[in-house]
Design a protein around this ligand. Structure first.
Ligand code: GLC
Ligand code: CA
Length: 535
């Protein structure tokens, strides 16, 4: 019998296809490229791949703007390639998780092309319209993530969009829209897909007329309806929910399975943002707050929900550049952050290149390609910010940081493509690449590989109850996990200095130490140790 909760023991790896592996030299990663790297992923030990969107799309938002939900964009290959990926992954025990962008379509989706032609179109009501022509649509309003109306002169109405004007929001209040989407999901499931990541799930119940862009009154009702219609076990489902609180996460991830398996919540990743500012307004990380946030999610969801564990994705900066050290302690800090996260309760996610400790790339302002970054550059210039300030924000937070090509080896373009990569490779690829790290015992890759294997060996990783240790010590992040039969202890030095280790590990065995078998009472810079007790 298949275990319906397989995903509680699993590690999921996110592939951003555009930047993963290019098979035909056009500079853009593709599905045959992903297939060619399945053995690499098998070596790492992951259980499932979350594939960012490969559907047909004008690629205005790199595929998060879909024009055909049931086909593959020629940029990435064919539907047959995707079927082959599903089959080839399956032979290696790896499931494929597709990315469902259900909040909006591309403005080139046939539904929208029809909808904007006439108020009488059967698809008109698939989108959200209002009659007045808004004056604010003069190009000055933010064009990503802020929510606005775009005027269509032909029918003298404006449509609502939450992200860019090229991503009109679907009208979830219309049951036909919902049924159409559930049908599409069932169609993919019948092709052998193992689960789904739901883009911006907290926007689905929106009602801009009543002032709701997120967490609308019908949100959970819709999620339950969708789950009953399209998410039978053992599919895994994870919703992206920037606004999720613990209370909401308990509903989304209700163990009764009525909604989703889990959500991505972002509370920990919002801590280094200046208060009242936007994501671009950087602030130092308060380590003690980070500890509190994790401790709350770990303890309050225990037994009544399920966590996802992640540092990175295609929208976030590289974690080493963010909370680790890009210089002397790059590998040490990458491994510390790995141990810290993988010792917790929940399903860990790895974003491509994170297993190598890849870092942010320093672009020139003109080299940024991401719509969100371009919008920031435009609006901040108009507000009088200096280029130096804008660059600092982009360097710290641009989504392009995570989107530079995967660094496979030290050959030209890091082995990603034989052509010209769509986004420049990070200059450090000769030093940081997979070929150099596989098999080198103290590499970041081998550290992740060990962690993945350990999680599968000992039930305490799945079941142990979390207790934060030394909560006031802002140099140290330490916690234990306990079941009746086993205990884990995780001790991490969150600084570039040597510090005293105040946490005794008596009677425990060192499972993994990032400075080898060192058990001294001093923790070296960014050192992490993982201990266990039990049979
Ligand atoms: C999600 C995606 C992001 C995309 C946005 C709009 O946040 O992760 O990449 O731009 O939704 O679809
Ligand atoms: Ca290609």
């Amino acid at each position: 019998m298949e275990n319906n909760n397989w995903w509680k023991r699993a590690v999921i790896y996110q592939v951003y296809p555009r930047s993963f592996a290019d098979s035909n030299g056009d500079g853009i990663g593709d599905l045959p490229g992903v297939i060619s790297k399945l053995d690499y992923l098998k070596t790492l030990g992951i259980d499932a791949i979350w594939l960012s969107p490969v559907y047909r799309s004008p690629q205005y938002d790199n595929g998060y703007d879909i024009s055909d939900y049931r086909d593959v964009d020629p940029l990435f290959g064919t539907l047959a390639d995707l079927d082959r990926l599903i089959a080839e992954a399956k032979t290696r025990g790896i499931r494929i998780i597709l990315d469902l962008v259900l909040n909006h379509t591309s403005d080139e989706h046939p539904w929208f092309l029809s909808a904007k032609q006439s108020r009488e179109s059967p698809y008109h009501d698939y989108y959200i319209w209002r009659d007045a022509a808004p004056d604010e649509a003069d190009g000055q309003a933010a064009d990503f993530g802020a929510g606005a109306w775009q005027y269509v002169p032909e029918i003298r109405q404006s449509y609502y969009y939450q992200f860019s004007h090229r991503q009109p929001d679907l009208n979830w209040a219309n049951p036909k829209v919902r049924q159409e989407l559930y049908d599409m999901i069932r169609w993919w499931t019948s092709r052998g897909v193992g689960g789904y990541r739901l883009d911006v799930v907290d926007h689905l119940g929106k009602d801009p007329f009543a002032g709701y862009t997120i967490n609308g009154p019908h949100l959970h009702e819709f999620v339950r309806e969708m789950s009953a219609a399209a998410f039978p076990a053992p599919l895994v489902t994870v919703g992206e929910a920037w606004s999720a609180t613990i209370e909401r996460a308990k509903r989304y991830a209700n163990p009764d399975g009525s909604e989703l398996s889990m959500v991505f919540q972002f509370e920990h990743l919002l801590l280094d943002k200046a208060e009242g500012g936007e994501k671009w307004d950087l602030a130092p990380l308060p380590v003690n707050k980070l500890k509190q946030v994790f401790a709350r999610w770990q303890t309050l969801l225990h037994g009544c929900g399920w966590n996802s564990l992640f540092w990175e994705n295609h929208d976030l900066p590289r974690i080493v550049s963010r909370w680790g050290d890009e210089g002397e302690f790059r590998e040490a800090s990458a491994k510390m952050l790995a141990v810290l996260l993988f010792g917790m309760e929940g399903t860990p996610y790895l974003y491509e290149g994170q297993e190598l400790g890849m870092t942010n790339r320093r672009f020139a302002l003109d080299d940024y390609q991401d719509v969100e970054t371009l919008d920031m550059i435009r609006t901040r210039r108009a507000k009088g910010y200096s280029d130096a300030e804008i660059l600092r924000s982009a360097y710290g937070r641009s989504r392009d940081n995570a989107r530079t090509p995967m660094q496979w080896d030290a050959s030209e373009n890091a082995g990603f493509t034989t052509g010209t990569p769509w986004l420049p490779v990070n200059d450090n690829y000769k030093e940081i690449n997979a070929a150099e790290q596989i098999g080198r015992g103290d590499s970041v890759f081998e550290c992740y590989r060990k962690l993945i294997a350990l999680r599968k060996t000992y039930p305490v990783f799945e079941e142990g109850a979390f207790t934060l240790l030394e909560p006031e010590n802002d140099a140290l992040f330490a916690y234990k996990r306990e079941t009746e039969a086993e205990a884990l202890l995780v001790v991490c030095n969150f600084t570039s200095k040597e510090i005293e280790n105040p946490v005794p590990a008596e009677g425990m065995t060192l499972l993994l130490g990032t400075y080898g078998d060192d058990q001294s009472e001093t923790l070296r810079p960014y050192e992490a140790r993982l201990y266990r007790k039990g049979d």
